[in-house]
Design a protein around this ligand. Structure first.
Ligand code: GBH
Length: 494
């Protein structure tokens, strides 16, 4: 730790103000990453190929700056430095994901990699040594290519394959890992992937695939939860849920309110209602709408595959907390006749005849999809609480993309403003929020935006062999939040 760090953080401690800016006792802070985005070592030892390896090697133009995750932060080799950063920040937990093809090179449970196990054991034990809880995501998008060749998330057998993978993972790590995320962002895996054709796998099929994929993801999650519940919880007493990304959809004006609510059901409800509602199954208003969409498109049925009674019961109640990723929002209105509508969920909603706009006052992040909208963080949480009851919330991701540089005032203010809204939800609305996770610990491979889009509390020098990691102003600020357990003034305020 260098000296300036101590000075800055103690200075910030002394200016912490106001008891309503204080987090409840026991509230935990963490930071997150994901295997493909940070590990590198894509073909080291017996690791299998993932769908992201395949995409970046066969369609490099899919990545904005033509970079890839072959080496990225090289965390496969530099994991000790990652733990050191988590320690410098004073994190209570570090959220990272397991690479399925690194642990199970064939994609199936017939072969478990020794080196893969060793890597994750080192990371988990190293964190625990420092008193930092490992929070582990089982699946964060890097599907084994071998399973993609068999249809990936479109093949109903994925539910069994994921179940096998989850059982292996729990057997290896559940003695030490107490908080789990089964699947990160179903919306990204199902909606972004098939509606744009730009991510991995590069398949464009916006009519049926997103909805079929949704069903399989929910079943896979439910199986993993049930295995944990039946076989591992009695011994280890941990928790497992999904991480669901929410984009708040605000009506452009009152006449579009009904449409906005239907879109909230499509982004939040489609993935939450089957798990969190008392009755289970699809949200009724969405079910009705997607049946009409199916007929309009010439199918004689809904584009949303139905659940059997057994499936509804299998999925319902498979949660221990609500894991929520929140980044940005959209204004929605009915599309004008003949207007071309962008892809769901970032740019429009063709199946809902909805066009998206941004408020002129919203500040833009570095990524094209990014607008800063802290004002909708609290309404989004309240929407979930009103629908599904008094859940325990864990914010599993929140953060902003910027360009390079250590003086990241935008990120400092982004965290300050979102955490203030979160505290209002806690103190004013009585929401039970137990923790907050910054995305992300350090700059990494930001999917289609490549290495150019920076989300890190730490800057990473991608041209140095050591992938040198340097704290930004936001790292110092986040540390001061953790140290004071409150929201201190930033260095930009007086
Ligand atoms: C999360 O995704 C992910 O969990 C994490 O891995 C990621 O690094 C982080 O947030 C920041 O993006 O080209 O218009 O189709 C957030 C959702 C999904 C947003 C993919 C950008 C592509 C936008 N992201 N999406 S678009």
């Amino acid at each position: 730790m260098n000296y300036s760090w101590i000075v800055v953080s103690s200075l910030l401690c002394s200016v912490a103000y106001g008891s309503n800016l204080t987090f409840p006792p026991g509230f935990k802070f963490g930071a997150a990453s994901a295997s493909y985005q940070v590990e590198g070592a894509w073909n080291v030892s017996d690791k299998g190929e993932s769908i992201w390896d395949r995409l970046v090697h066969t369609k490099p133009e899919a990545i904005m700056d033509l970079t890839n995750g072959d080496v990225t932060c090289d965390s496969y080799h530099l994991w000790e430095r990652d733990i050191e950063m988590a320690t410098e920040l004073g994190l209570h937990f570090y959220r990272f994901s397991l690479s399925w093809p690194r642990l199970m090179p064939t994609g199936f449970s017939n072969k478990i990699s020794e080196d893969g196990q060793k890597y994750y054991n080192n990371l988990i034990d190293g964190l625990l040594d420092k008193g930092i809880e490992p929070l582990v995501t089982i699946f964060h998008w890097d599907l084994p290519q071998s399973l993609q060749d068999l249809g990936g998330w479109m093949n109903p057998l994925i539910v069994d394959w994921f179940e096998d993978y989850a059982r292996v993972v729990f057997s290896l790590f559940a003695d030490r890992v107490k908080t789990w995320v089964s699947i990160n962002e179903p919306v990204s895996i199902c909606d972004y992937v098939y509606n744009t054709g730009g991510m991995a796998p590069p398949i464009f099929e916006p009519h049926v695939a997103p909805y079929v994929c949704t069903k399989h993801v929910l079943l896979a999650h439910a199986k993993a939860w049930r295995i944990y519940d039946e076989e591992f919880r009695p011994m280890y007493n941990g928790e497992i849920s999904l991480a669901i990304p929410l984009i708040w959809h605000e009506a452009l004006s009152a006449e579009h309110e009904e449409l906005a609510e239907l879109l909230r059901e499509n982004i939040a409800g489609r993935y939450s209602h089957p798990v969190y509602s008392k009755e289970g199954g699809w949200p009724p208003s969405l079910e009705k709408h997607l049946e009409e969409v199916g007929k309009r498109k010439g199918f004689n049925k809904s584009v949303l595959p139905p659940f059997t009674k057994e499936e509804i019961d299998l999925i319902r109640g498979t949660y221990d907390y609500y894991g929520m990723n929140f980044y940005t929002s959209r204004l929605v209105r009915k599309a004008r006749p003949g207007e071309s509508i962008g892809a769901w969920p970032m740019n429009g909603a063709p199946d809902f005849d909805a066009a998206f706009e941004k408020d002129p006052s919203w500040v833009a992040g570095y990524s094209s999809w990014f607008y800063v909208t802290p004002e909708y963080f609290r309404p989004q949480i309240m929407w979930l609480k009103e629908k599904y009851g008094d859940l325990k919330f864990l914010i599993t991701e929140n953060g902003i993309s910027t360009g390079p540089g250590l003086d990241d005032r935008m990120r400092v203010e982004y965290y300050r403003d979102h955490l203030k809204e979160l505290l209002l939800a806690i103190h004013e609305d009585g929401v039970n929020v137990v923790g907050f996770t910054a995305w992300t610990l350090m700059d990494n491979f930001e999917w289609n935006d490549g290495l150019g889009s920076k989300f890190g509390l730490y800057e990473v020098n991608f041209t140095s062999p050591q992938r040198t990691r340097t704290p930004r102003a936001s790292a110092h600020y986040y540390k001061s939040i953790i140290d004071t357990h409150s929201i201190p003034k930033t260095i930009y305020e007086n």
